[in-house]
Ligand binder design. Sequence first.
Ligand SMILES: *[C@@H]1O[C@H](CO)[C@@H](O)[C@H](O)[C@H]1NC(C)=O
Ligand SMILES: *[C@@H]1O[C@H](CO)[C@@H](O)[C@H](O)[C@H]1NC(C)=O
Ligand SMILES: *[C@@H]1O[C@H](CO)[C@@H](O)[C@H](O)[C@H]1NC(C)=O
Ligand SMILES: *[C@@H]1O[C@H](CO)[C@@H](O)[C@H](O)[C@H]1NC(C)=O
Length: 430
Amino acid sequence: MWSSVVVVPAALLAGVLLCLAAPAAAAARPATLSVLSFGAAADGVTDDAEALVAAWRAACRVPRATVLLPSGHRFLVSPVTLQGPCSTRLTLQVDGTLLAPPDMDSWPRSRRPLQWLNFKWLNGFTVQGAGTVDGQSITSLHDSSSPANAPQHWHSSGAKPTLVRFYGSFNVTVRNIRISNSPQCHLKFDSSGGIKVKNVTISSPGDSPNTDGIHLQNTRDVEIRSSSIGCGDDCVSIQTGCSNVHMKYIICNPGHGISVGGLGKDNSLACVSDVVAENINVQNALYGVRIKTWQGGVGSVRNVTFANVRVANVATPIAIDQFYCDRGGARCANRTGAVAITGVAYRRVAGTYSFQPVRLACSDARPCTGVSMVDVRLSPAASAPAGTVAPLCWNSYGEASGTIEPLGAGCLQRSNGYAMPLTQPSNYTC
Ligand SMILES: *[C@@H]1O[C@H](CO)[C@@H](O)[C@H](O)[C@H]1NC(C)=O
Ligand SMILES: *[C@@H]1O[C@H](CO)[C@@H](O)[C@H](O)[C@H]1NC(C)=O
Ligand SMILES: *[C@@H]1O[C@H](CO)[C@@H](O)[C@H](O)[C@H]1NC(C)=O
Ligand SMILES: *[C@@H]1O[C@H](CO)[C@@H](O)[C@H](O)[C@H]1NC(C)=O
């Protein structure tokens, strides 16, 4: 074990020794490096980024080390990159409160970071603890101190920071922590794999614009489970390059529900496959489970299953929108290309809706195929405004079985006795 300590720079040894100078019986225990030993002020006001980075650098060289943010303390940290490669099984233990600079999203563009905590090139890493990661962004549409906060304003204001982002990282676990009040997306994984998110609580106001809960991009082999997500945008957002994504026992309240896409923006290639969301509870949301693609894209969405989904007061519980257009009022021109959607199952989706129970709006050029519904039971919410809208199936092929309510929700078309062919010629393959 001493050999693992000699690689730590002398200036940092004090911190390591503090934790290791325990009785001999503790000698085999892996190192715990508290940021307090690296000069953190821990007053919630002074910038502790340097202390965090110093503790990180020291821990990074020691196998199975833990960087500790102790409970009962508040650590304000300016935007940092915590990068590897590090020795295996590094842990960041967040027991205290980690605070982002409160005004981060109003920094001038040139200084505004794309993300606040940027984890990069890690392999075998865990973030855990009973603590909170707080973005301190309280922006909401009703924030009277910023009258310009219309949705349009935020769409055009360019990138606001993502709170916690993993890039190029594998075998990463995030568990037990609470992540709140992000200026934008709360937890993002990009170009990563082998991801586990468990028992995490994410919370932001329902009217805070673009605050996705968990955002996945170019990331494979993901399990998100036993977590509670409330935010102002998608609860979980699955973007291009994602495959083998499992979500289970997730509560989304409030927000825009679980979403694959928007895919294919600006005629881009999009590939998403093998997604399962089961035992999902969506409440007070715009959508329940949704797939959205822009017109003109190429590629495909394949093999997506939504099972055991409970909805309560959700505007549109089941949605496929291949005419997705997020251009703040401007209409998107109709185009002939589309990201193909094939093999989507809805099994046991039940609860209440406030606008339209089912809306499957598939492309004229590439209809949705292999869509199946089994036991879908949706009824108007008591809070539903005056009118609800009848279910829609546009260019949607597949089969409905079991109990389908309301009548017409299983409005899928059959073709050749069953469905359109699952594959159509395309210049692009995923
Ligand atoms: C989930 O996280 C909370 C908050 O950190 C913790 O108190 C609880 O013990 C965790 N539950 C499990 C099953 O780990
Ligand atoms: C992730 O962990 C698994 C099993 O622990 C291991 O087989 C795999 O090689 C690891 N992935 C990477 C990219 O290191
Ligand atoms: C569909 O995706 C799930 C989840 O990854 C996977 O278990 C299953 O084997 C896939 N089915 C097909 C036919 O590829
Ligand atoms: C695009 O096509 C859809 C379906 O055919 C139609 O409802 C919509 O009005 C069209 N939009 C425009 C902008 O032409």
